[in-house]
Design a protein around this ligand. Structure first.
Ligand code: TXA
Ligand code: MG
Length: 323
């Protein structure tokens, strides 16, 4: 889909009462608003209004078969939309509000636009913790569909400035509440036929496995190549910078921008102290800086595969499969 023509002026407003009132009016009129969550900035619209949801796809230029995550204020609102089994209930109790998305059977009577689920009979749903997204949910009184607020195939935004670079001229309003905390998209978990991670994220497989004695973390972790439990629309291009990316690099070529980690210094670093939480929060900003650097190619040091490193390496592998 092509962006709206002619371009719309994009305003950035700092989080506060005036900004929430403005954003609420935009959403009520069927528009889209970029809003921070604890993971990345989302591009929100009323999930019950299919035209509004189409506006998300149009602004992002996203393939329409890629279903969206719906955000709600609390568990009760989620239960009005999706069917919870015991495992889903345990996960919601443990991690909501927070960076966990559950893929659950959609209620037949849920008032969700089918464009949101791309026609699936399941829905991806989460209760976010961020004050700006929560204020917008409360003020609109609507479930809000919100994918990451970047053009399709570009890097997820962790700052208002990233949204402006990617979607400026395509959306009317960005709510700015500073850099996001987690810096990685939510962990996506399906609970049909056992608990499975569809997308690694800030909540690790170990943290999830701790809730289910008897299910080892290895059984819950994302299994690469298992098509049956892979989230549809997880295009390899989803997390890609515009330049080729070389993984597990220990030395940079002359034409490479090197992203370091720990004591291995480069042109930039994900975390000078080797802290994986800091690395996750920095990941997309570092890729944006690499994209903006004079070098035509990007290289990155090896990132350990434990804890949050699993999600970081998942994102990096997707980014690297592009050239
Ligand atoms: O942290 C996040 O999750 C951010 C913030 C804004 O909430 N959102 C986000 O949305 O990352 P998006 O649209 O960029 O990624 C949604 C992912 C896609 O990979 C999509 O295929 C998957 O969720 N998904 C959505 N509905 C699904 C479903 N019914 N079954 C399986 N996967 C689904
Ligand atoms: Mg995205």
């Amino acid at each position: 889909m092509s962006p709206p023509n002619p371009p719309v002026p994009t305003r950035t407003l700092p989080y506060g009462e005036a900004a929430i009132a403005d954003a609420t009016a935009t959403i009520a009129a069927g528009g889209v608003v970029a809003v921070p969550t604890e993971t990345v900035y989302g591009l929100a619209a009323d999930a019950t209004d299919s035209r509004a949801v189409a506006g998300i796809y149009a602004a992002k230029g996203r393939p329409s078969f890629n279903p969206l995550i719906v955000h709600v204020l609390d568990r009760a609102a989620a239960e009005a939309i999706a069917i919870f089994n015991a495992d889903a209930g345990a996960l919601a109790d443990a991690f909501w509000p927070g960076p966990l998305t559950l893929v659950l059977p959609l209620r037949a009577d849920a008032a969700i636009a089918s464009l949101v689920t791309a026609g699936l009979d399941t829905i991806a749903i989460r209760v976010p913790a961020h004050r700006a997204m929560r204020a917008l949910l409360a003020a609109t009184g609507k479930p809000l569909a919100a994918p990451s607020a970047n053009a399709s195939g570009a890097i997820s935004p962790t700052r208002a400035a990233h949204v402006l670079t990617s979607l400026g001229g395509r959306i009317p309003l960005i709510l700015d509440d500073g850099p996001t905390e987690a810096g990685l998209e939510s962990t996506i978990v399906a609970t049909t036929g056992g608990v499975h991670i569809l997308r690694p994220g800030p909540i690790t497989s170990d943290a999830i496995a701790a809730l289910f004695p008897g299910s080892p973390s290895s059984a819950i972790a994302k299994q690469p190549g298992n098509a049956a439990i892979t989230a549809p629309g997880q295009l390899e291009s989803h997390y890609a910078p515009t330049k080729p990316l070389r993984l597990n690099a220990t030395i940079a070529a002359d034409d490479e921008w090197l992203i370091g980690f720990g004591t291995s210094a480069g042109d930039d670093t994900l975390s000078a102290t080797g802290d994986l939480t800091e690395a996750a929060a920095n990941l997309f900003a570092a890729l944006h800086r690499a994209d903006a650097s004079p070098q035509p190619r990007i290289a990155i040091f090896p990132i350990p595969a434990n804890g949050l490193g699993t999600a970081i390496n998942d994102r990096l592998r997707r980014a690297a499969h592009q050239d």
